[in-house]
Design a protein around this ligand. Structure first.
Ligand code: IPM
Ligand code: MG
Length: 375
């Protein structure tokens, strides 16, 4: 029964990860950094197009900071599917070193091969990077002012179903088993981040999302620990929901405005945030941040859209997701004024142009040109 050895190795690795979390790096204080290095990664599919347009905008928006040497935009090559396959590494070692030489990362979407593709079954670059840089909080805002919807999702980003997503075990031809991991440190740190955010934003409501009625160990622990953290924030109204009914309530006009801040385990957070982005106007409209202690990475909520590329529609991709991610990045490193300017310009451009991914509508390039007139 060789898989017993595999399982023992898995447990040992997770115990080691817990030790690493106990020694987590301090949060970077960007105000103390002389020159903040923003690493920019194109990614695959529509990535080079939407990241290219975003970079063009950032160069204009940050012109003074760049020439004063306060900010550097550093292009990082090599996180492409072709290079990853040729090196047979999810994130090639030299690319990871380059990434680690930056303070924050703006990343385009990367393609993950599926078992059904005729490609090596490499792990997702996102998942590898989140783990390698210990980016534990996936923060995804969704806002629809006219419907009074103001949601911020705090998705746990390093464990749950993703911790061992590539390390499940085929017991024999008949049985395959995957694993889900919840740890005390991993849960407490995401809960704390969510409650701190809720507190800093006028004591918004916090909802804990699980399926603890079924996943009794992992989600049970998650739910219990989130409520434990909640005790430190008595002024915040906290409740909990199962993920299935939450999915329904988010599209229920009588329910959707009652929510503000959500804390979710990894996979539920993945699914629910796509739903929420769609309610906002599509996954192309949503940005996403991956926050850790030492590093942070900002990206679109969506993938590389290989179908758009195959259909010759890549130039019609909406760069708004990358721009929203850039807005979050700028806020994160303490450039709130620049973030506000960018946010306003995105709003104006969204009102004016129509980005539907169709040839009859606007291109990413037109979007960026118009936006540049507004900053
Ligand atoms: C996301 C994406 C990723 C995820 C993929 C690309 C691995 O869907 O950031 O939500 O599943 O986390
Ligand atoms: Mg997703």
């Amino acid at each position: 029964m060789t898989y017993m050895n595999d399982f023992e190795k898995i447990v040992r690795d997770q115990l080691a990860r817990v030790e690493m979390m106990k020694n987590m790096a301090e949060f970077t204080d960007y105000s103390k950094i002389e020159k903040i290095i923003i690493g920019i990664i194109d990614g695959d599919g529509i990535g080079p197009i939407i990241v290219g347009e975003t970079t063009r905008i950032l160069e204009v928006l940050l012109k003074d900071e760049i020439s004063a040497g306060k900010i550097e935009l550093r292009i990082i090559e090599g996180l492409t599917l072709e290079n990853r396959i040729s090196k047979m590494e999810t994130v090639p070692t030299d690319v990871l070193a380059e990434i680690k030489s930056c303070h924050v990362i703006l990343k385009g979407p990367t393609t993950t091969p599926n078992k059904s593709d005729d490609l090596p079954n490499l792990e997702s670059a996102n998942v590898t990077l989140r783990r390698a840089l210990d980016l534990f909080a996936n923060v995804r805002p969704v806002s629809i002012p006219e419907k009074n919807i103001n949601w911020t999702f705090f998705r746990e980003n390093t464990e749950g179903e993703y911790a061992l997503g590539s390390r499940g075990i085929d017991i024999n031809d008949d049985i395959s088993i995957d694993f889900k991991v919840t740890t005390t440190d991993g849960t407490k740190r995401i809960a704390k981040a969510a409650f701190e955010f809720a507190k800093a934003n006028g004591n918004q409501n916090v909802s804990i999302i699980t399926k603890a009625n079924i996943m009794k160990k992992t989600d049970g622990k998650f739910l219990e620990l989130c409520y434990e953290v909640a005790k430190e924030y008595p002024e915040i109204k906290t409740d909990d929901w199962f993920v299935d009914i939450l999915a329904a309530n988010l599209i229920n006009p009588n329910r959707q405005t009652q929510y503000n801040v959500f804390i979710l385990p990894n996979l539920y957070g993945d699914i629910i945030t796509d739903e929420a982005a769609q309610i906002q106007g599509g996954v192309g409209t949503a940005g996403s941040s991956n926050i850790g202690g030492r590093y942070s990475m900002f990206e679109a909520i969506h993938g590389s859209a290989p179908r758009m590329l195959a259909d010759g529609l890549a130039h019609y991709a909406n760069p708004a997701s990358m721009l929203r991610a850039s807005e979050m990045l700028l806020r994160h490193i303490g450039f709130s004024n620049k973030a506000d300017t960018l946010a306003k310009a995105i709003d104006i451009t969204d009102d004016k142009l129509i980005m539907s991914g169709k040839k009859t509508r606007n291109t990413a390039n037109e979007y960026a040109d118009f936006l540049l007139l507004n900053i």
